[in-house]
Ligand binder design. Sequence first.
Ligand SMILES: Nc1ncnc2c1ncn2[C@@H]1O[C@H](COP(=O)(O)OP(=O)(O)OP(=O)(O)O)[C@@H](O)[C@H]1O
Length: 538
Amino acid sequence: MASVRGLAAPSSEAQELYMLLKYPHMQALLSAHDSVAQRDYGPVLPPLPDKLPDNEEPMRIVCLVKNKQPLGATIRKDEKTGNIFIARVIHGGLADRSGLLHPGDKLVEVNGQKVQGLQPEHVIQILVRSQRNIHFKVIPNSPQPINSRATLYVRAMVDYSPLQDPAIPCPDAGMAFSKGDLLEIVDQRDIRWWQARKLHSASLCCGLIPSTNQFRSKQRELWWSQPYQAHTCIRPLSAGDVGEEEVTDEIKYIETDEDFEFVSEEGENGEHMQGLYIAGFRHSLRVWRRKSYLRRKPSCYSCGVGICHDTSANLYEEVVHYQRHIDDPPRLIVLIGPSGVGVNELRRRLIKINPNTYQGPISHTTRPQNMGEKNGREYHFVPKEMFAYMVVNNKFLEYGEDNGHMYGTSLDSVKDVLDNGKICVIDLEPNCINSVRTKKLMPYIIYVRPPSPESMRQTRKDPHFLANSYIKRCFHDKDFEEIEEASRAMEGKYRQFFDCVIVNDDLQDSCMDLFTAIQHAQEEPQWVPASWVVPVHP
Ligand SMILES: Nc1ncnc2c1ncn2[C@@H]1O[C@H](COP(=O)(O)OP(=O)(O)OP(=O)(O)O)[C@@H](O)[C@H]1O
């Protein structure tokens, strides 16, 4: 700049250069460059002592610059010798990134203070008090064992809080996670405590999480310590129940409010739309489900392994990043949501707008065929015995009873849609999720969440929007609260299975969100259970 200034008649290029160099951010850039070029950063280490005693063990002097991040190391005391050791170095933490401190290193001095014989709490106090730099003298441990397994990606299947876990060696070093979080496990050397970080999290630093072994032993402890409890779960529908006249309390659903009005099944049930038939299992069971959801206790049978009792829940599910190949069958799209949120409406609109791409499976029913209905179009009409046979042979993904008739969605009917190259869209009760979570169907599970009761009041105030088209009546405030409550319960229990959440506020927007989510599911890489992609060896 001085040179340009010295010119009597600077050229236009020289003037432009002068202007550029004058910008503060340009000057800051040049200054940063000079600092890096001169290595004018980092701590200044104290000089090595001139005379080192011959018999002294090789020692490492480590200087770490304290910043807002945690040190990322834990210590332990050997009660016999009084020696203090580094117990664990947390991946991504300050100590780990220095590459100078390792598990098993013996701590000799911290900031010039000898630590042998001190209690770990004292050492921590010294660390807390140190201002800018922390100086360690350590006797390095022998070579570090190499991490036996490469990074593992998992989905958390339970909620975990280190602050509420009395077993964790250092709660501050623990990492809390929630059901459905994707975790990157970077260190499994310790059989009980692994180190992991959350995927897509800004923090590089890992935290301690229980290993599967640790979790299992905890489960066993819990199991032994629990008093004996007789099973109070309701009896699941069994093949023997098919066709029984009697309806149990759990599925007695019809309220006696006078503003309830029944719509006859004829003409309504098959959702006939301009030559397009969207028969739906959910539709048929709408009343049963709507009134029964909150009162019904989930049966052990229906809730599936790993959900009913915490003691049998899995802690993690290994996942891999999967990109669907263009020749692979489309992934099954599963919509889940509390009754009344609009699952059926969204599915219906999706199929109506693009019937060449999306289709629902044709359900089976034992109810008589109505005039104008065609077997295999609205429903597969089957005799009770046939339905019972299919139940016994696990042909259904989901089945249930409505008004004395059985309805079910069979696996084959879903496969028929997929084999036709269409995207099969089904709605499902969440307790049946396990029946579709298979390598063959590769379901992409979309949860339809209600907006706040206030928003629902706004969007569902048109009398055209009936709370239930089987029983014609408008939404009441009580419905919105019920839906919100049911949604909270559903998410609390099943959110680890949801690949995507759509809030069904404005109908148009929700439809767009659904389109986008389905496109995303079919075309972009997704985290799926490793067992769906990696061949399982016996
Ligand atoms: N975003 C929305 N805005 C306004 N009305 C909606 C919206 N979504 C759904 N509805 C209406 O709410 C009512 C219930 O929707 P729908 O039948 O799809 O519920 P559902 O979740 O399938 O519950 P169920 O299983 O009890 O039928 C319908 O009348 C539908 O038109």
